[in-house]
Design a binder for this molecule. Structure first.
Ligand code: FES
Length: 108
């Protein structure tokens, strides 16, 4: 039942890096991004409270709707995009295969 999925991070327009993540460990996208070397502080430890894991979803499969906690946190951000999500609230599952995101917290 172990299934690895691919997540793409857009580093610059037209430049995407592929990352492989397992779906059998209950990992969040934030944890995969941190493990891949991205500079995400995740000061709240994945509790939807710090928004340092903010990403913009650019393409890929439809994700589960954000929780009220996630929406409340996103509302406090100075810059929000159409596809803004907290990556700590996105679980890696076979249904997130092929997701394309851009890190949105840098410079905020
Ligand atoms: S890690 Fe803090 S909101 Fe996601």
């Amino acid at each position: 039942m172990t299934e690895d999925i691919r997540i793409y991070v857009e580093e610059a327009p037209g430049q995407r890096t592929e990352h492989i993540g397992p779906t059998d460990m209950g990992l969040s996208l934030m944890e995969l991004l941190k493990a891949s070397g991205y500079n995400i502080m995740a000061t709240c430890g994945g509790m939807a409270l710090c928004a340092t894991c903010h990403v913009e979803v650019l393409a890929g499969p439809a994700l589960p709707e954000p929780s009220d906690d996630e929406l409340d946190m996103l509302e406090t951000l100075p810059v929000v995009h159409t596809g803004s999500r907290l990556s700590c609230q996105i679980r890696l599952t076979p249904r997130t295969d092929g997701l394309v995101v851009r890190l949105a917290a840098t410079g905020a």
